[in-house]
Design a protein around this ligand. Sequence first.
Ligand code: HEC
Ligand code: HEC
Length: 326
Amino acid sequence: MRFPVPGSWFRVRVQVRFWVLCSVFVGSLFGAFALRAHAQQPRTTKDAVYSAAQAKRGEAVYKDKCVACHGAKLEGDFGPPLTGEAFLGIWGGLSLSELVDKIHNTMPADAPGTLTRPQVLDVVTYILQANQAPAGAADLAEAALKQIALDLMQAGPDSMRRGPSGSATTAASTTSFPPTGTVNQVMRGILFPSSNVLFDVQTQDPGAQAKGGGAHPEAAATTARYGNVYEPWQIVDAAAISIAEIGPILMTPGRRCENGKPAPVDRADWQQYVQGLVEAGRAAYKASQTRDQATVSDVTNVISDACANCHRVYRDVPTNAQRCTP
Ligand code: HEC
Ligand code: HEC
């Protein structure tokens, strides 16, 4: 068993990883930046926004296309639960159009894009019904989706709470980083690629590669070896989520920069840059969920700006010793 010393090889490897991460976003730069703003949402799912007959149709879709992964009671199985706090924590406060789009673009996970829009609307009303949203007289219509906020919060002291902006709050901190992905997605985004690099060390000697300039074929080989495990869009999802979830990691007190200086986590501008990157990651995830190349291409500008904002101040300074200091 070998334990490579984190010297120059390590740095190069980290840099390669970063470019691997960034390269999934590289694409053609066209199309309009389509990040939708949260408009005022005058209605909520408490306002009887669908009919019982529609939920009944949705139940049939659910039993045919969803039950295998999400469970007979929507309690979750292979896929996450579609009721309860775990679900509400992600979707509470967002607009119905986002949930409809998510399902339309990415579900059923084994055959995305196969449901018609009316089928998606129907199945969403079945999910609403399962979350105790009241039924009314009229069907839920496409035109209303953006105006209706998901308000399915259950009573109880331990419920996960979300404000209208969709941010979860904790008692301990004022800056919060609500989850964007499932544990699985975080694993894919952060731990899967990192651990593959470590697993590879078991069979390939990182010290054996050619020193100095040129390509690093072992990095390409690793990517190729695991390249077909996940669907390309899932990999884009995971890359976005790895950025959206980076907040706590960049805010961990006591983390040091290479020159020994602590990451300036108490400084307001650092916090603002981290927050900016997290928001960019969330925007990228949202873009990825559209399964539209141009939408994702557009959001890459937001990502690179968020990186550059912080680098300008804390990295790209005249000497290494000045890094991570104001
Ligand atoms: C082959 C398994 C599978 C099928 C079939 C499937 N899903 Fe999923 N679903 C998943 C997985 C895995 C995830 C988590 C990853 C993701 O969000 O893309 C998920 C996520 C979701 C989410 C987001 C949940 C959250 O907490 O963020 C919703 C909503 C959803 N599915 C609805 C549906 C609906 C409605 C159907 C039927 C039309 C369906 N799914 C069919 C596997 C499946
Ligand atoms: C909150 C501040 C901050 C943000 C946001 C940030 N970085 Fe950094 N980055 C740094 C600092 C500080 C360093 C230098 C760390 C050190 O010297 O230990 C660094 C170093 C790096 C390095 C290593 C460069 C080298 O010299 O080897 C890469 C690569 C990098 N960042 C990429 C990114 C990317 C890509 C993003 C955006 C997705 C990003 N960073 C966002 C602060 C940030």
